[in-house]
Design a protein around this ligand. Sequence first.
Ligand code: A3P
Length: 286
Amino acid sequence: MAVEYVTYQGIKFPPAYNSEQSLHFAHKEFQVQDDDVFNVTYPKSGTVWMIEILSLIRSGGDPAWNRTVLNSNRVPWFTTRLGLESALSYPRPRLLTCHLPVQLFPTSFFGSRAKVVYTLRNPKDVLVSYFYFSKMCSSYKDPESFKQFLQDFLSGDVPHGSWFDHVRGWMEMKGKENFFFITYEELQQDLRGSVRQLCQFLEQELDDGAINSVVENASFRAMKENKMCNSTLLPRDIMDQEKGTFLRKGICGDWKNHFTVAQSEAFDRIYQDRMGGLTEAFPWDS
Ligand code: A3P
């Protein structure tokens, strides 16, 4: 069946979960509370990983919540119709998640004391992960080819808009005390250290045993086994597990197995052009 994306303020969104009304509500009417914590990402950057980490930290390292409650009920997608219901009935303090670009984020957030954790990832790996995800998820258009998907990604003609605009937009928040950004690559390299930094940002003290439990239960292996976060409970008409696996490889640098040298060089030129002015140096820049 042909997929028709929902468009809100010039950005496309997958239709199964979003409507113009739900996005408008999230943007203009959603009441952010000072104790809200938002998990914000561009797709395929480690959203579900951070959901596990944040909920494990919230429960003091006890994995029971993560093992018994679906991730979307622990950390609701408040921009979606169902997620909003869950977010509105959720006891405070809330954990919330979305892929919104900063200009569509709830206006009531700005000026609040709510916190944002923004995770970003090497865009070449994002692209590869997004390519496979689009093939298995029915509310995304099945990419014609890798080459075509690469072009669409570079021109921002993909759901949730341009990676470059998303990251540039959110990086404007850098330095604000209620904004924390981290990369997928840092999580990979030092999950324990990343969890410690997150605890500090969230003002939640965890002892060594609790930190170990967060690290263990948020590992790729543990997440793959946990039906509450590995997407295997989603019906086939939402996510077709025969066409792929949501927790696919979970590595850095898989782009090298997909890009030709020419594609990588063309990507780098556009990356340089779009990101060159940023003072931030990301792990993949060196
Ligand atoms: P791959 O497709 O490269 O494997 P998102 O949650 O934003 O959709 O991102 C999904 C990507 O994060 C997938 O990447 C998935 O495997 C990876 N991921 C999820 N949990 C992970 C973990 N614990 N460790 C490493 N990668 C993880």
